[in-house]
Design a protein around this ligand. Sequence first.
Ligand code: COA
Ligand code: AMP
Length: 629
Amino acid sequence: MTYAAMYARWQKNPEAFWMEAAETIAWDRAPTKALSDKDDGLYEWFADGMTNTCYNAVDRHVEAGRGAQVAIIYDSPVTHTKREITYGELRNRVATLAGALRAKGVEKGDRVIIYMPMIPEALEAMLACARIGAVHSVVFGGFAANELAVRIDDAKPKAILAASAGIEPGRTVHYKPLLDAAVELATHKPDFCVIFQREQQVAQLVDGRDVSWNDFQQGVQPVACVPVEGNHPAYILYTSGTTGQPKGVIRHTGGHLVALNWTMRHIYNVKPGDVFWAASDVGWVVGHSYICYGPLIHGNTTVVFEGKPVGTPDAGTFWRVISDHKVKAFFTAPTALRAVKREDPEGDLAKTYDISGLQAVYLAGERADPDTIEWAQKHLNVPVIDHWWQTETGWAIAANPFGVEELPIKPGSPAVPMPGYQVDILDDAGHPVAAGTLGAIAIKLPLPPGTLPNLWNATARFKDSYLNTFPGYYETGDAGIKDEDGYLYIMARTDDVINVAGHRLSTGAMEEVLAGHADVAECAVIGVSDALRGQIPVGFLCLNAGCNRDHSDIVAEVVERVRDKIGPVAAFKTACVVDRLPKTRSGKILRGTMVSIADGATWNMPATIDDPTSLDQITSALKGLGYAK
Ligand code: COA
Ligand code: AMP
């Protein structure tokens, strides 16, 4: 089948398309229909089916005679460890962990927060929740206690599963003090916490609240999978929005299973048994969809990699893992390849490993620059496929459907919309624009299975963030163009979200932290182009009248404050003091113009600017920081 034929088949009869895809999933009760329209822009998929995610990801493969196949390969250059877990072992481990959760009172619908580094136990924790219908919310380890506390208060978990520590090159991340501080800060208190003690750092347990991973499971009975409704939340994953309050993206069980399984074959072109590796983190959506669920639902072997693209120990690590474990499909972020390319520009390290089993490389998380794609294609000798998606969608909106037809690769474009997505480029009034014209990227409702049905406890925010701007559409928050061949180009965000090293961050959240400093009267944070990380945040501070403290002290304090309140992942290292911020006459800060100046792009004096001279000071401050060249 061609891509065009597949897309047309979906367009002609979406209900039949997705009902057929649903046949690849094991249901306790098959759904009678795919889509339910809940009115008012809300939709659900496979709502009347009954199934279980863990059963589909683990047990069914064991029952089909594949218990001896490796499910998870753990490869950790930072701890010099390699370990394999078969599907049979995984079933037993997850059934016992789920039994222990049940024994402590966790039931279907209860929330469980998971705060763990890249170790197999993180996946086991996710699957154990799914087994009993508990709703997990994984929090990325690079976030600070305050961010964890915000998520605890929103999700109100009955339990938190955490590790004692994570290992970053050159330092140990002490998860336990972060967890303790977060529980202290949060209004909601979990009933109990389970701590996976790592030998690199054994944490002190809090009496009466904490239990160690092993003690927790002593003598408990393994439990079977609990069937849940197709519209039962499989998980909540928080992602950055325009404010400091993150958005709790909900994923429903039925659509998640159907969509991810579909992508494994049609986009990633792997067969059950093949080794699939996404070098991301379980704290991000890529980790949910393609380290944990997608590969396991499809019966692949997934790789849990605890390391970095460079420095663990060198820029050949990726190629070593691909060679050692015979990886067939590899998924990473453009930043990671840029980091490798910077250290090994001629790709010499790739030549020292046998990576002939590799079929394709997939990139997402941020814009993939053509240079990086061309460099990777040249040195790895396989197609390098950019695809575009979001935490909200959970799987690719646009991709090159490699398992169906390899379309020509146009570097700079994540190719074409996948079935389920009618992608339109709209002008401000919501009218589709001509090919080649820049506009807001919107997706015609309903979104396909596997995408967010709503935000956790925030329906009004859901509608406001995604549905209200363009009636009948989901607003992606990205701007871009579609060319004559229907290829999409994703150019920029239309909101205050920036993308730092493939990590989605809110400049609004950083501004809230800066504004909390006693000497700061007003501030702005913008995302400036960066050769390695894609973008990095830069802060501008206006100080309170009469403040005559040393500016460098204040800058150091706000840098520390962002690290402390949001976390090291924000990579907020640069700020400067200015007398005033450039604003429109109605008081809106001209962040877009500031970004253009910083990036050395051409820009026009905004007609609505209040005081044109305010931009002079911004320009010289940016020059002082090494930008605006
Ligand atoms: N737990 C705790 N801290 C973490 C962390 C984690 N899981 N991940 C990152 N951090 C910390 C880092 O240690 C660093 O701290 P530092 O300021 O003390 O050095 C900070 O967050 C910023 O991290 P990062 O931006 O990742 O910088 P880096 O120098 O550690 O690594 C790259 C640079 C390019 C190698 C790295 O950013 C990378 O691999 N990027 C790709 C990311 C990716 O795959 N994203 C996928 C999303 S789909
Ligand atoms: P996240 O929710 O963290 O996955 O971030 C989603 C955002 O990252 C998107 O809205 C885009 O802004 C950006 N993004 C993800 N993939 C791509 C891509 N392939 N090309 C350009 N931008 C991307």
